[in-house]
Design a protein around this ligand. Sequence first.
Ligand code: X6L
Ligand code: MG
Ligand code: MG
Length: 172
Amino acid sequence: MNTAYLSLGSNLGGRLEMLQDAVRMLQQQADLEVTRISSIYETDPVGYTDQAAFLNMVVEIKSKLSAKEILTICLETEQNLGRIREFRWGPRCIDLDILLYNNDNIESSKLTIPHPRMHERGFVLVPLLELVADSIHPVTGVPFWKYEEVQKEGVRVWKVIAGVDAFVHLEN
Ligand code: X6L
Ligand code: MG
Ligand code: MG
């Protein structure tokens, strides 16, 4: 069994519903279980800053699938939720990125894991730290908690959720 961490983000449409629908779609996949979720954070946009604030969260999944197969599921989930890629770093109704896959270091044309800049991005790191505070970055060897200093600015807790089941059943 493999453990992976996915970063989810939305800044278009019903942001919370987008995150919920994405987690529901992941949960409905055979051979994949969403085991834990972080709190939901509202985060200032980075990269291209002239866009609406995001909701971001991180989920833990357990699966027998390969990282490549998980990537396909992430892209299909984005498609099913109607993602249209207008321009690089622009607004999106849903984004799913693979952050970690076990302690593997994967470098292929389509996939780089660990996500190369995750430890520089507060909107990724802060929710991830809720789930992996004691783990060590597979490439740098630095414990994740040591990155916490980096970028907590522009990252605010928006909603704390009791668990995966509470989240997928949460009414708005
Ligand atoms: C200089 C140049 C500094 C580029 C930062 C950072 C670019 C992040 C792209 C950067 C740079 C990204 C989200 C977001 C995006 C998100 C929030 C990206 C890709 N996605 N901002 N910006 N949440 N808050 O999910 O991550 S675009
Ligand atoms: Mg992203
Ligand atoms: Mg992405």
